[in-house]
Write a protein that binds this ligand. Structure first.
Ligand code: HEM
Length: 500
């Protein structure tokens, strides 16, 4: 046992660091095999910076860097950070680099065998295409009335001069929207209380939304639990707490959801539409895909919306320009009548709002990095050898703050997405590199819900601007913190107060 630990957590990392030290385009993370990036994350928090701010600093400070190597667990992983690295990555996918099977880890446990866990084969393509057909750009505009109904219901309870936890409010809004899109019902209302086991084995009865949010948090905790890092083989065999408890809760979620849907068929839901179009699909797997879409689809969008509302207000002329654009495109309408006017064609006319949303996604993308990939064979990226079976991620945060690609990356400037603006190009006057702006990443395995997400963000933001204009205030402490960001996992929650 001692020999195993010494070899896995001391000797191998040491040899690895020695091997990679010579590459000038590689930044070696200060992380340790046992505690991963814990130390740097804690330092960021102490400095009152967003916990992943160091990844953004990579982009600003390390312009020659292509790869960051991070030690966490037995095997280091590779974070690709530059435009050059992305291009080579793209050429290597999917033959030499493809999705990593994380079915025994973290969120992977919730939807074993789902789309994001399997290799880019025929089965994956068939399933992804079938689902995208009913949530893709041509179809998703039918969800606009639903989106407006849900944001209206939620904002109705907001009161003037009381602090609003915007992160929570938006989470509950996007949760309700994605639930109805996928399953055709508001599950929180219909399913009632469900048994949830905590890490001590005690069972609590909680509602569906609480179940999902608690399970998400517990998945993260279980993944970074020291025992999970020390004994990965036991995690794989489902022998280790708290991972096995997370597994039980995931199974329970799946059971409750399938049982409910079996008896409550809605032909309009994505689940039943896909089944109707593809009768040979395995129902069990499709349900796992739905759970994946559920998790991938509500937290990300809610972070993007609350972050956008925050940064619009922090930059006052931004919100004023959005209000004016809405007036020009829609005339004298208000939030109550927006439902009749918000068509996909009208939404397409909102150029400035699109720049603002894109800038929010550059500045504070809900995901700081991609989901996991794996080297299927030994590969070389930007001259750096990456051994077979290594984990690889695309670092969205570093790319979005690259001082090589963006002018003044630390500033929130929506105009950088306007082709007529001086900020549109990179500092040397050339176009910003291909794939450098990648909130949803790129290539075969990019986000399957990007069109739906963009539509949802635009609809919800338009509604909020029409209803409240600039009559809300930010938390003063949050407002003066230039290092605040609200991406998934952030220690900060967006707070606002409505004013007269
Ligand atoms: C602002 C909102 C969103 C952002 C920023 C976002 C971002 C991402 C990112 C970065 C990935 C990983 C891509 C990779 O590993 O290369 C991803 C994957 C994915 N996203 Fe999203 N996402 C958003 C909303 C959504 C929504 C609304 C849905 C579904 C309704 C969704 C479904 C998925 C799925 C299924 C995958 C896995 C794709 C695969 O492996 O084939 N996402 N998303």
């Amino acid at each position: 046992m001692i020999v195993y630990f010494l070899n896995a957590f001391v000797v191998q990392p040491w040899l690895f660091k020695r091997r990679y030290r010579k590459f000038r385009n590689v930044v070696m993370s200060q992380s340790t095999s046992l505690f991963g990036e814990y130390e740097v994350v804690e330092r960021m928090k102490k400095e009152n910076k967003f916990m992943s701010y160091y990844l953004m600093e990579d982009g600003v400070k390390n312009s020659e860097m292509d790869i960051r190597v991070v030690f966490s667990g037995k095997q280091p992983y590779f974070l690709l950070t530059s435009c050059r690295a992305f291009k080579e990555f793209r050429d290597l996918c999917p033959k030499d680099i493809d999705r990593w099977d994380h079915s025994s880890k973290s969120f992977g446990r919730m939807c074993v065998g789902s789309l994001d866990q399997i290799r880019s084969n025929q089965d994956w393509k068939q399933r992804r295409d079938a689902i995208m057909k009913v949530i893709g750009i041509n179809f998703s505009s039918r969800f606009i009335p639903l989106m407006i109904r849900k944001i209206k219901e939620n904002t109705n309870a907001w009161k003037q001069n009381e602090e609003i936890d915007l992160s929570k409010e938006m989470q509950s809004t996007t949760f309700a929207i994605i639930t109805e899109i996928l399953f055709g019902i508001d599950i929180k209302q219909k399913i009632g209380l469900i048994d949830y086991k905590d890490f001590k084995g005690k069972v609590h009865q909680i509602n569906f939304e609480q179940y999902i949010t608690t399970l998400s948090k517990d998945c993260f905790k279980a993944k970074s639990h020291p025992l999970s890092i020390l004994f990965p083989f036991m995690v794989h065999r489902n022998l280790l707490r708290p991972n096995n408890i997370v597994g039980e809760n995931c199974q329970n979620l799946w059971r409750v959801l399938s049982g409910y849907l079996e008896q409550n068929k809605d032909d309009d839901s994505v689940y039943y539409r896909v089944l109707a179009n593809n009768s040979s699909f395995d129902k069990d797997l499709l349900m796992r895909d739905m759970i994946l879409f559920y998790f991938a689809g509500h937290d990300t969008s809610s972070h993007a919306i609350s972050s956008c509302i925050f940064f619009m207000k922090k930059n006052p002329d931004v919100i004023q320009k959005c209000i004016e654009e809405l007036k020009v495109v829609f005339g004298e309408i208000n939030a109550d009548s927006i439902g009749e006017h918000l068509t996909p064609q009208k939404i397409d006319e909102l150029d400035y709002l699109t720049y603002v949303i894109k800038e929010t996604l550059r500045y504070d993308n809900p995901a700081t990095m991609s989901l996991g990939y794996q080297a299927i064979n030994d590969v070389t990226v930007c001259g750096v050898p990456i051994p077979k079976k290594s984990k690889i991620f695309l670092c969205i945060a570093a790319s979005h703050y690259s001082s090589k690609e963006w002018k003044e990356p630390e500033k929130f400037i929506p105009e950088r997405f306007n082709p007529e603006s001086e900020y549109f190009t990179s500092p040397d006057g050339t176009p910003v590199g291909l794939n450098v702006f990648m909130p949803f990443t790129f290539g075969l395995r990019n986000c399957a819900g990007k069109s739906l997400a963009m539509l949802e963000i635009k609809v919800v933001i338009s509604y909020i601007i029409l209803k409240y204009g600039n009559k809300y205030e930010l938390d003063p402490e949050q407002k003066k913190n230039d290092f605040i960001r609200f991406g998934v996992g952030s220690q900060f929650k967006t707070k606002i107060t409505l004013t007269e």
